[in-house]
Design a protein around this ligand. Structure first.
Ligand code: URA
Length: 182
């Protein structure tokens, strides 16, 4: 179901038990930022730091993303940041199908309420769950995909930059494309 107001959405998620991830979570990581943002970022799901603090991208990958934001002139409080799933999977494994299916209405509602012009898809899980399983991140990153009036920019997940230095430049280039477009 799509929630038509932030109040309805917040009320429905506050004690969410739609999937098994509710059992071990410390906090639901709902999303953070400007609810009137033109640009929205969508990641995969909370890690340990996010689970503890209740906000998206506050761990190592998030710090790296903040550095890239600063380089290209993106301010966290101007954009909105959310994830495909709102609760941390054990040992940071990828979300399972039943979890994404249970959680996607929350993200859909956030998108409907924010009405962003641009959605930056951070990594393969965000790309596949939003645009379809047929998309691969390696081939899709750095290229605009337009759907129903929203421009999507797939790029690497910030955690991938921690594993592979070469991806940092791609990530910054992709963010620069976003800044040119907005
Ligand atoms: N990775 C994600 O995909 N999202 C977060 O919020 C943190 C790390």
């Amino acid at each position: 179901m799509i929630y038509k107001t932030w109040e309805e959405l917040e009320k429905s998620i506050v004690d969410c038990q739609r999937c098994k991830l509710c059992k071990a979570r410390q906090n639901i990581v709902f999303g953070q930022g400007n609810r009137n943002a033109k640009i929205m970022f969508v990641g995969e799901g909370p890690g340990a730091d996010e689970d503890l603090q209740g906000n998206p991208f506050v761990g190592r990958a998030g710090k790296l993303m903040d550095m890239a934001f600063e380089l290209v002139g993106i301010k966290r409080d101007e954009v909105y940041i959310a994830n495909i799933i709102k609760c941390r999977p054990p040992a940071n494994r990828n979300p399972e199908e039943d979890e994404t299916v249970a959680c996607m209405d929350y993200l859909r509602s956030q998108v409907m309420l924010i009405k962003p012009e641009i959605i930056v898809l951070l990594g393969s899980v965000a790309l596949k769950n939003i645009l379809g399983k047929e998309y691969g991140i390696t081939a899709s990153r750095g290229k605009w995909i337009e759907r129903k009036g929203i421009k999507y920019m797939p790029t690497w997940h910030p955690a991938a930059l921690l594993r592979d230095e070469n991806k940092k430049i791609d990530f910054i280039k992709d963010l620069m494309l976003v800044m040119e477009e907005k």
